[in-house]
Design a protein around this ligand. Sequence first.
Ligand code: BGC
Length: 740
Amino acid sequence: MTAVGAEEIGNSDVVEQRIDELLNRMSLAEKIGQMSQLSAGSGYAPDYLGEGLRQGRIGAVLNVVDVETVNELQRIAVEESRLGIPLLVGRDVIHGFKTIFPIPLGQAATWNPEIVRMGARFAALEASAVGINWAFAPMIDISRDARWGRIAESFGEDTYLTSLMGVSMVQGLQGDDLSEPGSIAACAKHFAGYGAAESGRDYATTNIPENELRNVYLPPFRAAVDAGAVTLMTSFSDLDGVPATANDFLLRDVLRGEWGFTGFVVSDWDSIHQLQVHGLTADDEGSAFAAITAGVDMEMSGDVYAGQLEKLVDEGRVSIGLIDSAVASILRTKFQLGLFENPYTNPGDYPPIANEATLEAARKAASQSAVLLKNDNNALPLSVDKLARLAVIGPLADAPYEQLGTWIFDGDPNLSITPLQAIRDLVGENVEVRFVAAMQTSRSRNTEAFDAAFEAAKDSDAVLLFLGEEAILSGEAHSRANIDLPGAQAELVRRVRETGKPVIAVIQAGRPLTLTNIVDEVDAILFAWHPGTMGGPAITDLLFGVESPSGKLPATFPRMVGQIPIYYNQKNSGKPPSADRILHIDDIEERAPQTSFGMSAFHLDAGFMPLFPFGHGLSYASFEYKNIRTNQTAIARGERIVISAELSNSGTVAADEIVQLYVRDLVGSVTRPVRELKGFQRVRVEPGQTISVSFDLHSDDLAFFGRDNRRTVESGEFHVWIGGSSAAELRGEFRLVDRD
Ligand code: BGC
């Protein structure tokens, strides 16, 4: 067959013509083969997959990461199958390949889309070097539930922040041109609603009204599609009674009909078969029918399409046109990737793994992702000059694997630099570092080593406590109902506290944790997520003031797990609380009259505020916001408004601040959130400097899905806030007016 030249890959007419030609030559079995992705299994993949490849029964593989094996699989597909169609080679490249970047939730905490783009670029380069051409990322499920283990893989609770980060990851993976070496196909997942699993239990059902689905959960996917993401993956979950893998409303009406998506949709692992387990279908035949008619083009790791589609077509229940359009979208991606041109990988064409630039990018990402939650009496930064002895205590101070976090199939813990190593490097001979792990793992309940921790702390000038969750406590199928620090960690904090020394907690975790039981027992908390390969040096730079912390929370930290779901952009309700109050359950008046007068939407024992709000994060600088103003008092549809404020740094160090813009639409045809993030900027402010920060909003930025579930911009009054978190108090206002 004739190869398509590089210049022709970009020519969609040529590609469409080539797709038609191929389709005309393909048997039904070969078409279904293109729609089947198989995992390599544990043996030598060519032994296991070779026959299927020769017969054209496999269009894509996953989980093969050895370049010689990948090349051999491609060779069999291209040289030994009748039509010589190259393979898609997929892998979960979620936050790095060999060099691991912070978990996506941590990357979101940088509020720096460029960091996400760069991380994905380096990951794509490392993955390309072994022949991977398709990453199952970005994961852009909105999650308002820290119990859900996969919140680690997400960009958090906010639709706007997730949309920007998702687009950046797509751009980083796919590069400027998919056919360039080092560009790999992205896969926006999990379409849709997965992050709303009931009680944060992975795979559980979701209940999302269409209006909320459209306003909160779908926009990141729309943004990814508009940014050119060539594939989407369905969710395991059930949405309004129809599992996502059979959801024609999502996959046909919205994705293709409304958004014009021309790439392809892959199921999640075995999720077509699982339609039967959900109770939607009676057998595999019903599942194949439901998935293909809904719009799932490729089956990941299952044999339902392979076993059932031919019969469904022969019986006339599934049209060949439906099959052809699925196959066309898969072939289109292969053409765009340039695989027909060159299916093989020469590792020598790529930069070395974990090179200086990659490690530097990972360090910067980790540095910008850490959030300083609290810093009483300027406990941080530490100064080498003022320390003679430093206690480094805790199970995560020197845990090269754990700092990498979840979904790091290919990550290399040998590349990790731990905080203990980095601290020793930084302080050198000047400071005596006393290290006591105190607990074997973050879950350990054995307190035998706590005496040694106490002794080390007692004789030191400051205590660094490295706490958190091991990697395995978050991620897929690793949800927790209790999100306190696990094991005996709270007890360790109290024990060390008894020394009276300054105690600084550095927490590495895959989710927001409930820190209420330790927050008053420590002087400072630096929340570092799972920071990846370069976590140690990044954390050390922050602890010693080489850099100032600049991360901001991408998800709300609850006081208690019972507050979940808790998120900043909630609805006001008819009885919003005005002042936060927490009552002790025993103090509640006896036999108080049952009345709704004066009552409000709060928990008796938790109030209504979180422990730390969305967007929160402290700095070593002192930031103050003032003088919010708009360049006009009213705008009409199609017009823009500039909202600005002054930001001063009255502190003594230069630092980055994430300036955030929130808007409230006071009256809507459906009730509107109390605040919504509409913009943010990372700015650097020198000590003593005052800068003006402006946001340019278009009326379209105020659009939402209204009563009829159509996108609308409604006139009325808007409040705006500019500040350093979602609790910002500096408020302005403007109106959107009807004008002819
Ligand atoms: C996950 C997906 C992942 C796939 C392949 C599934 O269990 O839900 O996110 O891409 O496995 O590893």
